[in-house]
Design a protein around this ligand. Structure first.
Ligand code: MRU
Length: 355
C-alpha cells in the first residue's frame, strides 16, 4: 500500500477522499502521530486497507467499499469492455470478505451491485457507480447530523457521558454516530464532559476519539476500559453513548468489544444506554445477536502494544473484536429517522418500515 502526505488541512470529517479519480484514505493506524493517506488504486488494495484498519468504523467501511466497487468496475471495464461483469462479481466478493461484522459493508456493496445490474451491456459503469458511491457518502454525512439532533434531544443535560471506541468523523462520512450525538449535545450545553474508554487493543479511544474531542475543544478524560464502572459508581454520568457495527432485527447490538460490559454496568448504576447508528447498520436478515458474525483478529493484537510485545511468552489469547449487547440493556437506538426507545423486534420492524 502506497502512503503519502496530501497538501491539505487534515480533518476527521475528510478521512475518505475521492480525488482525481483515486481513492485516498487517511491512515488511521498512524493517528494521532502522523497524518498520512493511503492510495487505493484497485479493489484488492481497498479490501486490504479495510482489513488492516487503515479505515475502520462501520459506516466508513461501507463508504470505502462503495468506492472500492467503482475501482473494480473501472479496471474490469478497461480490460474487457464487453465482458466486465464476471471478474467484477469476484471483486465484490473480495471486498465483502474484508471484515465480517460491520453490515454497512455488505449493505453498501449491495447498493452498488444493484446500480451496476441495471446498466446496459457495453456501457461504461464508472459514472453511474461513482454517483452511487458519492450518494452513500453524502447521505451518511447528512444522516449523522440528523442522528446528532435526535440523540441530543434525549439528553436532559447538563450531564457527563461515557463513550467507547471511535464513532466520530473518522468512523463515518463525517460528524459521527455516537460521537456525533456527543458533538451535537455538547453544542447545546447538554453534555459537559466526556469520559472516553481507551478501547484496547487498537486504542481507538486513546488515539482517535481523543484526537477528535481535543480538536473540537470538548472537555474530555481518557479512562482505562476497566475504569468505566467505577466512574459510573461515583455519579454524574447520565448516559453511555456508543455506535454499532450491526443491529439485529430484535434490537441486539454488536459493537466494539467492551460495549456489553458497559451496558451491564450502566443498568446496574441507573445510567441510560444509547446506541447511535444509521438504519444501514440495522440488519433485519439477522434475527438476533447470536446470529451476528463476530470478527476474531490475530492474537498479536492482544500481546502487543504499539508494535511492542508486552505479554509474557507462553500465554494464548482470545481476541473477538466485537461483542453483543442484548436489546433489554439498550434504552434507546437513535437513527437518522428518529428514536427507538427500549427496542424489541416489533419496534425495530416498525422503525424500518417508516412507521
Ligand atoms: O474495529 P473498529 O474500529 O472498526 O470498530 C468500530 C466500532 O466498534 C464502532 O463503534 C462502530 O463501527 C460504529 S462507528 C460509527
Amino acid at each position: 500500500m502506497q502512503s503519502l502526505s496530501l497538501d491539505i488541512d487534515v480533518t476527521p470529517n475528510d478521512a475518505i477522499l475521492w480525488r482525481d479519480d483515486n481513492l485516498y484514505l487517511l491512515d488511521q493506524r498512524a493517528l494521532p502521530g502522523a497524518e498520512r493517506f493511503v492510495v487505493c488504486p484497485d479493489a484488492q488494495t481497498t479490501a486490504d486497507a479495510i482489513r488492516s484498519m487503515v479505515v475502520r468504523g462501520a459506516p466508513a467501511i461501507g463508504i470505502t467499499a462503495a468506492y472500492g466497487v467503482v475501482l473494480a468496475a473501472r479496471a474490469r471495464y478497461a480490460s474487457s469492455p464487453d465482458d466486465w461483469r464476471g471478474g467484477f462479481a469476484n471483486d465484490l466478493a473480495v471486498l465483502a470478505a474484508s471484515r465480517p461484522t460491520a453490515v454497512n459493508l455488505a449493505w453498501a456493496i449491495e447498493r452498488l451491485r444493484r446500480a451496476a445490474d441495471v446498466l446496459d451491456a457495453g456501457v461504461d459503469p464508472v459514472p453511474a457507480l461513482l454517483a452511487a458511491a458519492r450518494a452513500i457518502h453524502a447521505t451518511d454525512r447528512a444522516d449523522n447530523r440528523r442522528m446528532g439532533a435526535f440523540g441530543a434531544d434525549l439528553i436532559q443535560g447538563p450531564t457527563q457521558v461515557i463513550t467507547h471506541c471511535n464513532t466520530g468523523g473518522l468512523a463515518t462520512g463525517g460528524w459521527g454516530t455516537a460521537l456525533g450525538v456527543i458533538r451535537s449535545a455538547h453544542a447545546e450545553q447538554r453534555i459537559t464532559h466526556v469520559f472516553a474508554d481507551e478501547t484496547r487493543p487498537w486504542l481507538q479511544g486513546a488515539r482517535l476519539t481523543a484526537w477528535e474531542l481535543a480538536r473540537d475543544g470538548i472537555p474530555a478524560s481518557l479512562i482505562a476500559d476497566g475504569a468505566a464502572a467505577a466512574r459510573m459508581a461515583q455519579g454524574g454520568i447520565g448516559w453511555v453513548i456508543v455506535g454499532s457495527d450491526r443491529i439485529a432485527a430484535n434490537g441486539d447490538v454488536a459493537n466494539k468489544i467492551g460495549t456489553y460490559a458497559l451496558a451491564v454496568a450502566a443498568r446496574y448504576h441507573g445510567v441510560r444506554f444509547m446506541v447511535a447508528a444509521p438504519t444501514s447498520t440495522i440488519d433485519l436478515q439477522t434475527p438476533d445477536g447470536g446470529a451476528i458474525p463476530i470478527e476474531q483478529r490475530p492474537a498479536d493484537e492482544v500481546f502487543n502494544c504499539a508494535g511492542q510485545r508486552i505479554a509474557a511468552e507462553g500465554i494464548g489469547a482470545w481476541n473477538p473484536v466485537f461483542d453483543v449487547t442484548p436489546a433489554e440493556l439498550v434504552d434507546a437506538i437513535v437513527t437518522e429517522r428518529g428514536v427507538i426507545e427500549r427496542p424489541d423486534v416489533h419496534k425495530v420492524a416498525a422503525h424500518m418500515a417508516g412507521n
